[in-house]
Design a protein around this ligand. Structure first.
Ligand code: ADP
Ligand code: 5GP
Length: 188
């Protein structure tokens, strides 16, 4: 059986990564979402085991010892990680995966899975990024401040990615991602 593909999607917080990932999942039934683990507190609209499995620092660190992670990183002050078993089970059964992870994680995944396709989502401007984080209404002022500071560092590393997409108009950004995914499926 043909192995599934891995699509890595990274972006500064608020650029629209979750929105675009949801559109991908709706339009490509053969692609699954890689459910990460995090020590971040769940937001109001987040349930355990959907976008994330929410665990404690102690549980996370135990899993580091047990070599549970394909990759893990500290992002905006919390641990985030991807289970190696989850990835391998999916791709070996022919399912493709979207990994919504930061650049530290992306670099580790590429070491393990060099064929992974790397997509970076950009906002049109920092002002727009800030407006989106404020209007999303899920994070405190302090959290938004930290995420905006980190955005500059994240954007400075965008050349690591195979594709950079500006999420100005959502439909246009999705059309570009759609093309990248279809091309990847046609290639082998
Ligand atoms: P991320 O997952 O990258 O942190 P989200 O997908 O949660 O970002 O998007 C942040 C906010 O911006 C959400 O309220 C979302 O509805 C909105 N948004 C996403 N893409 C666009 C777009 N192209 N135009 C306007 N608003 C957008
Ligand atoms: P959020 O808290 O907004 O859901 O995510 C914050 C950041 O953590 C985003 O950049 C997101 O891509 C990243 N992230 C989410 N899951 C993982 C993961 O499993 N590993 C890594 N390295 N980053 C992750």
């Amino acid at each position: 059986m043909k192995q599934g593909k891995i699509f890595i999607i990274s972006a500064p917080s608020g650029a629209g990564k979750s929105t675009l990932c949801n559109l991908i999942l709706k339009n490509f039934p053969d692609i699954s979402y890689s459910i990460s683990y995090t020590t971040r507190k769940p937001r109001n609209n987040e349930n355990h085991g959907v976008a994330y499995s929410f665990i404690t620092n102690y549980e996370f660190e135990k899993k580091i010892e047990k070599k549970f992670w394909a990759e893990w990183a500290m992002v905006h002050g919390n641990y985030y990680g991807t289970s190696i078993e989850f990835i391998n089970q999916k791709i070996e059964s022919g399912k493709s995966l979207i990994l919504d992870i930061d650049i530290q994680g992306a670099k580790k995944i590429v070491d393990l899975y060099p064929d992974a396709i790397k997509i970076f989502i950009m906002p049109l401007s920092f002002n727009i990024l800030e407006q989106r984080l404020i209007s999303r209404n899920t994070d405190s002022k302090d959290v938004i401040k930290k995420r905006l500071e980190n955005a500059r560092k994240e954007i400075s590393q965008k050349d690591f990615y195979d594709h950079v997409i500006v999420n100005d108009e959502l439909e246009k950004a999705f059309r570009q991602i759609n093309k990248i995914i279809k091309k990847a499926f046609c290639e082998n």
